[in-house]
Design a binder for this molecule. Structure first.
Ligand code: SF4
Length: 221
């Protein structure tokens, strides 16, 4: 019986025969040339659909298993980490690069996090988000770790996720600089890795207690 193939970034479809792949597209920012390449691959291999995903990628749906290696080669990419136990995605809004409401540079910080953490292996799946203001178009409210920009700096949010027992993220600290925010995220990721437990960060925070978690991440606070 066919299964998902994380090593090929391939997700088995409902027909139990074909696969979807979702090439890595940091922040959903791309170029006309890369869009053409995706369109060319979809056409050449008779994809059933091109579907925008909530992780700011374009899934190419309905591809034959025996052509997956060839398809990744034609895209000029290694398989993206759309599935598997790792940092799956870093969702980011346009922030003050493009959005008139933006108070912080969510694209710059998000792309930095993407470069550092996309596909980073962890004991369980892990998602990040970065929003340039409290309207939170990057959906930090349902990410394991995220940053929300404000007039005085970044708020670091933790423990959110979707799913059947969805959970909203909580504010760990507010009004920190970009450098401080990135250091705190590093500590959270390493703390999560060191626990070596199954489950989302929010569940682990509940198990140890939010105050204890905060003391572990921010001993100076
Ligand atoms: S979160 Fe704020 S800055 Fe980002 S796109 Fe939405 S309104 Fe603009």
């Amino acid at each position: 019986m066919k299964k998902d193939m994380p090593e090929k970034g391939a997700i088995l479809q409902r027909d139990k025969e074909t696969y979807a792949i979702a090439p890595h597209m940091p922040g959903g920012v791309t170029t006309p040339a890369y869009l053409r390449k995706i369109a060319d691959v979809a056409e050449k291999y008779n994809a059933q659909a091109l579907k925008l995903t909530s992780s700011q990628r374009i899934a190419i749906v309905g591809l034959p298993e025996d052509k997956l290696d060839q398809i990744w080669a034609e895209l000029g990419e290694k398989p993206g980490a759309a599935i598997g136990l790792c940092v799956r995605s870093i969702k980011m809004c346009p922030g003050n690069t493009f959005c008139k409401r933006g108070q912080q540079d969510s694209l710059k910080v998000g792309l930095h996090l993407d470069e550092k953490y996309h596909a980073y292996e962890l004991p369980w799946k892990f998602k990040m988000g970065v929003s340039g203001c409290i309207i939170d178009c990057g959906e930090v409210c349902i990410k394991d770790v995220g940053l929300v920009g404000g007039p005085k700096g970044w708020n670091v949010m933790v423990g959110g996720h979707g799913g059947p027992q969805s959970r909203l993220s909580q504010k760990l600290v507010e009004n920190v600089t970009e450098e401080q925010a990135l250091q705190i995220i590093d500590r959270i990721v390493e703390w999560f890795k060191a626990q070596d437990k199954k489950g989302r960060l929010g569940k682990l925070i509940e198990d140890v207690g939010f105050d204890n978690f905060k003391a572990a991440i921010l001993p100076e606070a």
